[in-house]
Design a binder for this molecule. Sequence first.
Ligand code: TYC
Length: 126
Amino acid sequence: MTEWECTGMGDQTCMGAPGGTGGNGQRPQGDLMLAEPKTQTKRPPMYKVVLLNDDYTPMDFVVSVLEQIFRKSHSEAMELMLQIHNKGAAVAGIYTRDVAETKTDQVIEYARINDYPLQCTLEQDS
Ligand code: TYC
């Protein structure tokens, strides 16, 4: 058997670096054998950050939250704020769990230090 053959390696990736240990350090040109990966990669679960309406938080404060924390343009932030105001809640953004939790904490803390009751919640998306 030549040293670049991969018999008996199970499903490990067979990829030797040229000039590696042992043998004469030669590999067949362009002959690279890759096995299937052991595990399929999966997308992480995603979470919706839902902003809730209340009767006390000023509209312009909510617009600034949407601009600063959720990186919305001014017109998107205005539209979304009005949707929350009229319907009771709306999704401000969809993120991985860590990012969604951080944004939720930032909203609640920013509202709290300004004495507003603005709240938001997380909902699993996928
Ligand atoms: N309802 C609030 C008001 O009339 C405005 C508001 C909008 C509050 C969205 C919270 O998530 C919210 N001042």
